[in-house]
Design a protein around this ligand. Structure first.
Ligand SMILES: Cc1cc2nc3c(=O)[nH]c(=O)nc-3n(C[C@H](O)[C@H](O)[C@H](O)COP(=O)(O)OP(=O)(O)OC[C@H]3O[C@@H](n4cnc5c(N)ncnc54)[C@H](O)[C@@H]3O)c2cc1C
Length: 446
């Protein structure tokens, strides 16, 4: 996800950067609660991504007993780091810090974390040419009274022809969606709620390193890896949680932070069943396919950002913001384009499809200077199954319903459960970890 589209194309000035972030205000108000409550019960946190790690961090700071279980062999979830491929560390998942004003601000300012503004140039692949500026502005997706229809339908209504298809797909792809699925109304509301600021920053190390050092370091020794939760029985006073090896965990409260496709697909059985209203809310939250492919070349023939490809609508120079500058081009592939590349069945086929597209843009230079590729397909990760959540047509208040706690026992966190426009982001996930620990403590105080 890249917020720059909305800035570069916008005629409406965002007030986001001028507001004091709601999460910080909320933090100030509720910090006393965190100080005052002593709790002897045990909390189980499912999922060691940004949300789960932060929930564990807070519980630890309060001295509350917790267990953090993670299905995969690593913690971090949709944050990941690849070393050895380039002469700088590569972000396999989240990469950009979208705005400096958030629950993460203090962690950045109070540490020696090095970030730099990413204001790299955009080029468009349009009518088979690379151009600097599109003939028509595409800022139609922001403003008053927008309809709850898809980006694709709205663009057609507004007279954008087929030549704009992959430009529009890129705008939707930044939100992790296909243009045919993303709601103009819903996405615009999300943008209005955004309070983190509009600039994008890159970490000199990786986003994973930042969360690892600032948050995970406090709890990582206590994470139970390779533990796939399959059942949560909350019918009795003590909650029984079972993993795929039939090992049993007991807890008084459970914070569930798994990605929304895991909840939608029923990979975790709830006893009793979750209310229909809740499962129907899960189904309304969108999450499309997502893949990152890193292409290494012997020379830098490519532009900093290339928007509008038919195989991949967004390429970006991955060395921007890094100290070293190996020639790595990131193909940031979302939605149907990611599904198509996945369907090719092998990393070699995926790489070839991208090289062919780049060859057509840059007169065969891609194949001529290609060295190696690395494919990170988030959709085939069985514990993620996609990129990040987006607002679908007709979604209404599904996120509110989906994220409501149940019987003071089950608490729902994770980026898709963020109700203040910060879903899809690391700070959005962290905010929900915070919110649910606070909700849990508030329930104890009642
Ligand atoms: C390609 C890509 C690029 C992105 N770019 C950015 C970006 O630039 N900036 C940004 O802010 N955000 C970005 N994001 C989004 C960001 O990564 C997420 O919003 C955030 O990391 C989500 O954190 P989370 O804790 O909600 O979920 P996750 O990180 O997905 O963590 C959930 C954890 O639950 C585990 N789990 C799943 N099922 C089970 C189970 N049954 N039992 C136990 N554990 C289970 C998973 O393995 C996972 O570790 C990007 C995401 C992707 C995929």
């Amino acid at each position: 996800m890249d917020r720059r589209y909305f800035i570069k194309n916008s005629t409406i000035l965002s007030i986001g950067g001028l507001l004091i972030p709601s999460a910080i205000l909320e933090a100030c108000r509720k910090e006393t609660l965190l100080e005052d409550i002593n709790y002897d019960g045990k909390v189980l946190i499912i999922g060691a991504g940004a949300a789960g790690l932060y929930a564990a961090y807070l519980l630890k700071s309060k001295g509350i007993k917790f267990q953090l279980v993670e299905a995969s062999a690593n913690y971090g979830g949709r944050l990941g780091k690849l070393t050895g491929f380039a002469n700088f560390p590569i972000d396999l998942g989240a990469q950009w810090l979208h705005g400096k004003n958030s629950i993460l601000s203090d962690f950045i300012t109070k540490s020696d974390t090095k970030i730099s503004l990413d204001d790299s140039d955009l080029k468009y692949w349009f009518n088979n040419q690379l151009i600097n500026k599109l003939p028509k502005k595409t800022n139609i997706f922001e403003g008053e009274d927008l309809p709850d229809i898809s980006f694709e339908d709205y663009a057609i209504q507004k007279g954008f022809g087929n030549e704009y298809k992959y430009i529009i797909e890129n705008i939707a792809g930044d939100q992790g969606a296909d243009a045919s699925q993303l709601s103009v109304y819903g996405n615009n509301k999300d943008e209005e709620n955004w309070t983190s600021g509009d600039d994008d920053y890159k970490f000199q190390e990786t986003y994973f390193d930042f969360i690892d050092k600032q948050i995970a370091a406090q709890v990582k020794d206590e994470i139970l890896l390779n533990t796939i939760i399959t059942k949560i029985d909350y019918s009795k006073s003590s909650i029984e949680i079972t993993d795929s090896n039939n090992d049993l965990f007991l807890a008084d409260k459970v914070i569930i932070t798994v990605p929304i496709p895991i909840l939608k697909s029923g990979d975790i059985q709830f006893i009793p069943d979750l209310p229909t209203e809740k499962t129907s809310a899960f189904s309304k939250i969108g999450m499309g396919a997502g893949m990152k492919v890193f292409l290494k070349f012997s020379n830098k023939f490519f532009d900093q950002n290339i928007i509008g490809g038919t195989i991949c609508a967004a390429y970006a120079d991955d060395s921007i913001g890094k100290v070293q500058d190996d020639n790595i081009l990131l193909a940031f592939v979302m939605g149907e384009q990611a599904e198509y590349l996945s369907s090719l069945g092998s990393n070699a086929a995926i790489t070839n499809a991208l090289l062919q597209e780049l060859d057509s843009m840059y007169n065969g230079q891609a194949t001529a200077s290609f060295i190696a590729s690395h494919v990170q397909d988030w959709t085939t990760n069985p514990f993620v199954k996609g990129a990040y959540s987006y607002s679908t047509v007709g979604m209404g208040d599904a996120r509110m319903i989906a994220s409501a706690s149940i019987n003071k026992k089950l608490y729902f966190a994770g980026e898709a459960m963020n109700n203040n426009g910060h879903h899809q982001t690391v700070q959005g996930a962290v905010e929900t970890g915070y919110r649910e620990v606070m909700n849990l403590l508030k329930d104890l105080a009642k």
